[in-house]
Design a protein around this ligand. Structure first.
Ligand SMILES: [Ca+2]
Ligand SMILES: [Cu+2]
Length: 408
């Protein structure tokens, strides 16, 4: 229910408060709650007898040698060849067994303490083979869907008094969340300094009512809430990826690397993803070639031929978000097969919000604040909340390879 109460996009910053007035408090609550959850996990009887401990409640896992960190093991990809020619714009992801998550190496790179803690511990996961869109869904692809169906996204529909009885009437306007640079340096503890609810912002008007899609056909579609992404996927004969599918695919056959391409942020001095340079959130210097969002596929693809699995825009996954999902899987033991996520959402920072997983990070990710362009890290967002740095891509099961109508 957060989108009308001056929501913010729930992903890029480390915390996910949806309401402005509770923001700073929520950040504090998030940190405290995250630690509390970990403490609770450790105090569970199962945890005490588990062969491998749940994530440490210590503030700094990296510097705590007594905490066993499960190692990354090699990725064992299936050998099965693609059963048919690839549907247009999709690549074959062979599936297989891999080590999913982040270890202390991710944590130590992030300037926002604890932000990647929900991606621990590293645990073993198996996913079946599938097809995956090579790129994020673009404006021109989304437009085909809207033309064919007349679909209206959530950001285009004014909310009603019935839905939000306590919202002041002036807030009951269609719109979405928009990043706006600050005039000067600000403390990074209040993300409402750079996020605002923009009346009239939606996928056709990505930076507000005065903006349009001219020249942006190949840019990822943004301002899509979860049901919007789902509706597109269904129309295209596809579905949204699970979080495990996304990570298996994003790792591109590598194992335990910090980034989708390796362990070095800029191999040979070359930027590998559209992220943020310059002082956040004042000025994006665009050193990687793009200040702000970029057209899809401007950086080298990963090992499976996927573009922009890091940076550019966050991408919806189908799993509900919980910070302890991996800890639970670890405690269950063995290899987690085709995990679909928990049965219900829970984010201690905003316990009433229903959030699903975001993956990949965005053009706003920076080591000054949020390094979740790292391949094992996780994001999250309330399902009706969209923003100008959140998009999606689809997958298709190996057995149903009928090409959807959306791929020209
Ligand atoms: Ca950039
Ligand atoms: Cu980020």
């Amino acid at each position: 229910m957060s989108r009308r109460n001056k929501t913010r996009p729930n992903s890029d910053p480390p915390a996910t408060p949806a309401r402005k007035k509770s923001l700073s408090r929520a950040v504090t609550i998030l940190l405290v709650a995250t630690i509390a959850v970990l403490v609770l996990w450790l105090s569970r009887p199962q945890a005490a007898t588990a062969p491998q401990a749940a994530p440490s409640p210590e503030p700094n896992v990296a510097s705590s040698p007594s905490t066993p960190t499960p190692p990354f093991l090699p990725t064992v990809a299936n050998k099965t060849a693609a059963p048919s020619p690839a549907p247009a714009g999709m690549v074959w992801i062979p599936g297989g067994e891999f080590s999913m998550g982040c270890n202390a190496a991710c944590e130590s790179l992030c300037a926002a303490p604890g932000v990647t803690r929900d991606a621990q511990p590293v645990h073993r996961v198996y996913v079946d083979a599938f097809w995956m869109d090579q790129t994020e869904v673009t404006n021109e692809q989304f437009e085909q869907f809207v033309r064919a169906t007349g679909y209206l996204t959530i950001a285009e529909i004014a909310p009603t008094k019935e839905e939000f009885p306590t919202a002041p009437p002036e807030n009951l306007v269609a719109g979405s969340t928009l990043f706006t640079p600050t005039p000067g340096p600000v403390p990074l503890n209040d993300m409402f300094q750079w996020w605002r609810y923009e009346k009239g912002a939606n996928w056709r008007h990505p930076t507000g009512p005065a903006s349009d899609l001219n020249g942006k056909q190949k840019y990822p579609v943004v301002h899509v809430a979860y049901p919007d992404a789902q509706a597109y996927a269904k129309w295209a004969g596809k579905r949204l990826p699970t979080e495990a599918e996304f990570e298996f695919a994003a790792r591109g056959g590598l194992a335990g690397k910090i980034y989708a391409w390796g362990d070095e942020l800029k191999p040979g001095g070359k930027w590998m993803a559209n992220i943020y340079q310059g002082q956040f959130p004042v000025k994006d210097t665009g050193e990687d070639g793009f200040a702000g969002i970029a057209p899809v596929a401007q950086f080298p693809p990963n090992g499976y031929g996927l573009y922009d699995v890091a940076g550019n825009v966050w991408e919806w996954c189908s799993d509900w978000y919980r910070p302890d999902t991996y800890a639970r899987q670890q405690l269950a033991g063995g290899v987690s097969r085709n995990p679909q996520g928990p049965d219900s959402p829970y984010d201690p920072a905003e316990p009433t919000e229903k959030k699903r997983v975001h993956r990949g990070g965005s053009f706003l990710c920076t080591d000054q604040y949020c390094t979740r362009y790292m391949v094992g890290s996780r994001g999250k967002g309330e399902v009706t909340t969209a923003s100008n740095h959140l998009g999606f891509r689809c997958v298709q099961d190996a057995r149903s390879t009928a090409p959807g109508p959306s791929q020209p």
